[in-house]
Ligand binder design. Structure first.
Ligand SMILES: Cc1cc2nc3c(=O)[nH]c(=O)nc-3n(C[C@H](O)[C@H](O)[C@H](O)COP(=O)(O)O)c2cc1C
Length: 200
């Protein structure tokens, strides 16, 4: 009899417990496992990536990086450009041949580490024959820019940035590609005012 009573008391205690556990598990599905991307640092940093052969774009990029307190990344060609490669007066110099060939993709020696941590990427380049150098196309095709903010900046002998921005927008589907700016011709204060206006 004692044993029978003990079984009943034991069942009465256990039953509501198991019921409540069962119902709470049904109401609250297990949290999905976080992917490595979710576990990574939040994408809120700014990177200034630049390509420069004779220093003008590098100077502009450094100024922008300083004003934005951003990290920098130099796009380094696997095969460096020599002075002869850049002599656009020679019709078949390397730079001219690359610009004439829309499929040319000069190789890049280095890679951005932890690209996911950047929300905004400033891409700085010289204008070659009215547009971005083909190595910038290589750079863009090397990463997934969807969801990122891209700020194009250039230096040039006089050409404007618009044609290259059209190309960048075409290549960076899903990215917010801003209008961009030609630098090297405006003061640091003007660069700062422009950057502020972007509200990055
Ligand atoms: C192959 C080549 C093509 C160029 N084409 C143009 C051009 O179409 N328009 C222009 O204004 N400047 C042109 N430039 C001049 C560069 O855009 C300018 O000197 C730029 O500031 C160089 O940047 P860097 O010193 O960072 O290499 C060209 C330069 C080279 C080497």
């Amino acid at each position: 009899m004692k044993k029978f009573l003990a079984i009943i008391i034991f069942s009465l205690i256990l039953c509501p417990l198991s019921l409540s556990c069962g119902s709470s598990a049904e109401k609250t599905p297990p949290a999905p496992e976080k992917s490595s991307e979710q576990c990574a640092m939040p994408a809120d940093k700014i990177l200034v990536a630049y390509f420069s052969c004779t220093g003008n774009t590098k100077n502009a990029a450094m100024e922008v990086a300083e004003l934005l307190n951003a990290e920098t990344f130099e796009i380094v060609p696997t095969q460096p450009y020599t002075t002869a490669d850049l002599d656009y007066n020679v019709e078949d110099c390397r730079a001219n041949l690359e610009q004439k060939d829309s499929a040319a993709r000069p190789a890049i020696k280095n890679k951005i580490e932890n690209f996911a941590q950047y929300k905004t990427i400033v891409i700085a380049y010289p204008i070659w024959w009215g547009a971005e150098p083909r190595i910038i196309d290589t750079f863009i095709e090397s990463y997934d820019f969807a969801g990122k903010v891209i700020v194009p900046v250039c230096t040039s002998g006089g050409s404007e940035i618009e044609a290259s921005v059209i190309n960048l927008r075409d290549m960076c589907k899903g990215a917010d590609v801003r209008d961009g700016k030609r630098l090297g011709i405006i003061s640091k204060d003007e660069v700062k005012a422009w950057l502020d206006s972007l509200k990055l």
